[in-house]
Structure formats: C-alpha cells, structure tokens
Design a protein around this ligand. Structure first.
Ligand SMILES: [Zn+2]
Ligand SMILES: [Zn+2]
Length: 138
C-alpha cells in the first residue's frame, strides 16, 4: 500500500501530501523559529526528497527567506507555518509537525540551537539529543 500523509494550514486554503515517511524530526530553538511561531521552539520533520507535494492553495503560499537560512513558507491568508525549503536545493524540505492531519510515526529525537533557547520556558529534561547549534554539531 502506498504511503500517504496529509496536512495543511489553519484556514484550509493550503493542502499538501507526503508520499514517504519523514526521515527524522526534532525541535528547533533558533531565534527565527521563535519569531515565526511566537513560541519557544518549533517541531519539524525532514521530508524524503521528492515526497512533498502541494495539493491546493499554491497561490496562497508566501515565504520568509532570511539570509543564509532555509525559506520559511506559510499561508498568506491565515499565517500558518507550513514547511521550510533549502534555498538552493528545493528537494530538501522540512515539515512543520503541527500542520499534519495525523500521526507521522516519527518522534522528535533532538533539540537544536539551544544556545538561543528562551529564558521564560525551561528546556524539557526529555532525554533528546541536545545541540547548542544545528543538529549534528555540538
Ligand atoms: Zn491558511
Ligand atoms: Zn529554527
């Protein structure tokens, strides 16, 4: 049976599907994630290259493209954060886990950019791998 996982934004304008399981997932505590979500950290999953497809609402998609970072795509109508994309390699896509319709199976296994973690919410003592900078580098 073919794998399928769907998701979308809060107002329903943008819908997408994943045709393969997410490779990995983790929490990001970077300042950009704090700004774009208004929260202490963002839960993201890495999509299998080529598995991510927009089903509807392409016209509503907008992106914040910060210098030296991944593009942060969201719905222009409701502001929901949807996915990120590598600026020079569009096959690399990160999915905001909160936009998924159902359990993706994978669980966050790391916390990155803890050097910029907020003061007002303690980082949970959950046993996940911790990185001061990006995942993979300590
Ligand atoms: Zn929307
Ligand atoms: Zn981040």
């Amino acid at each position: 049976m073919a794998f399928k996982l769907t998701g979308g934004c809060g107002c329903g304008a943008v819908r997408y599907e994943l045709t393969a399981p997410l490779i990995s997932a983790g929490y990001c505590h970077c300042t950009r994630c704090q700004r774009r979500t208004g929260t202490a950290a963002s839960a993201n999953g890495l999509a299998e290259p080529g598995s991510f497809h927009i089903l509807s609402g392409e016209d509503q998609l907008r992106a914040w493209k910060p210098e030296g970072g991944w593009e942060k795509w969201f719905c222009a109508d409701c502001g929901s954060a949807l996915f990120s994309r590598h600026p020079s390699d569009p096959m690399k896509v990160g999915i905001r886990l909160g936009g998924l319709d159902s359990d993706p199976g994978v669980r966050p296994s790391s916390r990155q950019f803890l050097a910029s973690a907020v003061a007002w919410e303690p980082v949970p003592d959950d046993g996940l791998k911790r990185y001061d900078g990006p995942v993979g580098r300590s």
